[in-house]
Design a protein around this ligand. Structure first.
Ligand SMILES: [Zn+2]
Length: 160
């Protein structure tokens, strides 16, 4: 997850990612009891994704000097994220695809930074991209990675 390989460990308990310091991979536990249940795998990945997205948004929003908005998870085919800036008394909000957890960390982090930067600039103008560059550097390779591999992220644990 986020570029770190993980294995499945069905143990009948609640879905969770088990950190294994010193090992080259993590374990996704609680993905069934015996047979692996894809729904439970998705649930465990979503939980981990939500934690990482929240953590990264707090960091990016601090750098942008904006309040971190609530983040909700989506499973959209056509977009990896979206941002609704605060408007007419409504607070801002960000939506991110949980499938970004299946991408390398830097790619997922770019999308989080992209949506956070929209809290300052609700467009894709030069000032918007200047914010993105300040947060994550050159974003072109991350966009290229998503173009090249996006379909694969949707092929894993397809939406039921
Ligand atoms: Zn955008």
């Amino acid at each position: 997850m986020f570029g770190v390989p993980w294995g499945l460990r069905p143990d009948g308990r609640r879905p969770r990612l088990v950190d294994t310091p010193g090992e080259s991979h993590a374990w996704l536990a609680g993905c069934g009891a015996g047979a692996v249940d894809p729904q439970l795998v998705v649930r465990a990945i979503r939980r981990e994704a939500a934690d990482v997205f929240d953590e990264r948004a707090v960091i990016h929003c601090a750098a942008l000097d904006v309040t971190p908005p609530p983040i909700s998870l989506i499973d959209a085919r056509t977009r990896w994220g979206s941002c609704t800036p605060a408007h007419a008394g409504r607070p801002a909000s960000i939506r991110l695809s949980w499938r970004l957890a299946l991408a390398p960390f830097a790619v997922a982090d770019y999308v989080v930074a992209h949506e956070c930067a929209h809290l300052r600039e609700a467009n894709h103008g030069p000032r918007f991209w200047a914010h993105v560059h300040a947060l994550v550097g050159d974003e072109k390779r991350h966009r290229a990675w998503l173009r090249a591999n996006g379909a694969d992220l949707h092929a894993i644990l397809p939406k039921g």
